[in-house]
Design a protein around this ligand. Structure first.
Ligand SMILES: [Zn+2]
Length: 74
């Protein structure tokens, strides 16, 4: 679905947000990596929910990037 996502894609829901037809679907938020300054992770808003490109998210479906975007959506 998205060429930037190399790992198995996972999605998280945000309480109170219906992603079906949400106006932010298709929007990506870039975050500069804290551990690797040359790298940027994107949080993507999809109809399945939020997904992030960082390794932490692909392993745990949880990271500060996705939490930050979830706050914007509420
Ligand atoms: Zn992340």
């Amino acid at each position: 679905m998205n060429k930037y996502i190399k790992f198995k894609t996972r999605y998280i829901d945000v309480n109170g947000v219906n992603f079906q037809g949400h106006p932010f679907v298709g929007v990506s938020y870039p975050f500069k990596s804290k551990s690797n300054p040359g790298k940027t992770h994107h949080v993507h808003i999809t109809e399945q929910g939020l997904t992030c490109e960082c390794i932490g998210f692909s392993r745990h479906a949880n990271c500060w990037h996705s939490k930050d975007v979830a706050k914007k959506l509420r």
